[in-house]
Design a protein around this ligand. Structure first.
Ligand SMILES: [Zn+2]
Length: 153
């Protein structure tokens, strides 16, 4: 207890929440995820006015507000780390066992970055600008973790 903080008349109730849920990934998000799952292929959406490719894809260009939902383009499974952090604690909701590198990765052919795990390197050797390649999961979970991780290319 914090010193000087009187808890004698506080009534504390212990509880537990379990919260299973389902949500629609959206039309664009659904195609992005199912293409990764079924074809082991990563796709983006291009704004033809701004000449910008979004990965993860989006329905509307955030620059010109054009509806771009049907402008699918392939991007490469290889890319470059544009930023990263090292996750150094374990928790049930995290995708990997700590420590691991969580990076922003700009795939070749894309103008925006996706966030994913980089494995296969010492976490203290991660660098901005390092080239990485998607490693697809052998068993699908129908989530973004169908890309199991990225590895040095
Ligand atoms: Zn645009």
């Amino acid at each position: 207890m914090k010193e000087g903080f009187d808890t004698t008349d506080c009534f504390l109730v212990d509880g537990k929440l379990a919260l299973p849920y389902t949500y629609f990934a959206g039309r664009v998000g659904s195609k992005f995820l199912t293409t990764i799952r079924d074809e082991k292929k990563i796709m983006g959406i291009k704004c033809n006015q701004c000449n910008k490719v979004f990965v993860p894809p989006r329905q509307t260009c955030d620059v010109c507000m054009e509806d771009i939902r049907d402008n699918w383009v392939d991007v490469q499974n290889t890319g470059e780390v544009t930023n990263f952090t090292v996750v150094r604690y374990d928790d049930k909701h995290l995708p990997k066992k700590a420590p691991y590198v969580l990076a922003m990765i700009k795939l070749e052919g894309a103008d925006t970055s996706i966030v994913h795990v980089v494995e296969g390197i010492d976490v203290d050797k991660a660098k901005i600008g390092m080239k990485v390649q998607a490693v697809f999961a052998e068993e699908t979970t129908s989530t973004l973790m169908d890309i199991d991780h990225f590895a040095p290319a």
